[in-house]
Design a protein around this ligand. Structure first.
Ligand code: ATP
Length: 320
């Protein structure tokens, strides 16, 4: 391997910059050249590629978002698009590629690996929904951002003795909702993996909690369930308790990454370069049982992840 390319793809996540910085500097320190590819696979196909020096990644470790920008690219899902991607890599002398993104981005990396470009994936998503790893870049920052926002809603909810539905990100995965549910002491947590859409149970729980002397009722609702505003109207009508919905939205994707996200992203970026330097390809970096490790992309994509039943039970037990 002589030249490493790096790109960010799919949804952005705080800490991606720390990973880019680590890839660039670790590669340079190993005597390799590095090229930044802008706007994900889109930029690869359009040859938006730039040589990276150590100074090009100065001052980015503390910044959210991704300096390489990110995009979704329909063309790259086609065999023609993938062949063109491999061709562009060869044209620019890129013989190793680091892809920072989610499962979709890894599926793209897998295709490039099959076409002879050595590729390594790094899990970057605020949703934590990548099965092979217990850590993904951006999750820690996102839950801390959401937790602080929910604390603020909780204060006013208590003062006015309201029910508050707070919608957090997570279309298919409820990890942000589960963590915030525990961290913010929510009375109910609605997870795409668990919610049975039985609103009557929710209503009964609110009435019971009221009888137990609770001043507020916090419901953390995952984006995948959604409909927070209409849910609030129905709950208010059924319980008589003033109910408001707050959708946190994209604020959860941004902001300066936490220490954990900066450190783990730096470790993963560095680890990815080491894998490429060893001649490895078609691997995803992961974190499991306290260690950084790596998996075959095919195996990683076939793995399933399920929400911790024990954590969910704990959230219920602590909300009485
Ligand atoms: P997240 O869902 O966390 O935002 P992701 O990486 O899963 O991240 P996707 O939109 O699924 O996001 O994928 C990002 C890009 O990866 C797509 O726009 C496409 O260019 C490429 N990609 C996704 N799936 C495939 C596939 N099966 N084959 C080739 N390329 C793919």
């Amino acid at each position: 391997i002589k030249t490493i390319g790096v790109l960010t793809s799919g949804g952005d996540a705080p800490g991606m910059n720390a990973a880019i910085r680590a890839v660039v500097r670790k590669a340079l320190s190993r005597g390799l050249k590095v090229k930044g590819i802008y706007k994900g696979y889109n930029g690869l196909l359009n040859e938006e590629i730039k040589d990276m020096t150590a100074r090009d990644v100065s001052d980015i470790i503390s910044r959210g978002g991704t300096v390489l920008y990110t995009a979704r690219c329909a063309e790259f899902r086609t065999p023609e698009g993938q062949a063109k991607g491999a061709e562009v890599c060869r044209k620019h002398g890129i013989d190793g590629l680091v892809v920072i993104g989610g499962d979709g981005s890894f599926a793209g990396a897998q295709k490039l690996a099959a076409l002879g470009i050595n590729t390594i994936g790094i899990p970057g998503t605020i949703d934590l929904d990548i099965a092979c790893t217990e850590y993904t870049i951006g999750f820690d920052t996102a839950i801390n951002t959401a937790m602080e926002a929910i604390d603020k809603v909780r204060d006013t909810s208590t003062s006015h003795e309201r029910c508050s539905i707070i919608e957090v990100m997570g279309r298919g995965a409820g990890y942000i909702a589960l963590y915030c549910g525990i961290a913010n002491g929510a009375e109910d947590i609605l997870l795409p993996e668990k919610y049975d859409y039985d609103e009557q149970k929710l209503i009964n729980n609110i009435i019971e909690n009221r009888k137990r002397g609770k001043k507020h009722h916090i419901i953390i609702n995952a984006e995948g369930i959604g409909h927070s505003a209409s849910m609030a109207r129905r709950i208010e009508a059924a319980t008589g308790m003033e109910t408001r919905a707050t959708i946190l939205g994209h604020m959860q994707r941004g902001g300066s990454p936490t220490c954990t996200d900066r450190v783990y992203a730096s470790m993963m970026g560095s680890y990815a370069v080491d894998l490429l330097a060893e001649g490895k390809t078609n691997r995803v970096v992961g974190y499991r049982n306290g260690e950084f490790t790596d998996f075959d992309i095919d195996e990683a994509l076939a793995m399933q992840k399920s929400i911790s039943e024990y954590m969910y039970d704990v959230s219920k037990a602590l909300s009485i």
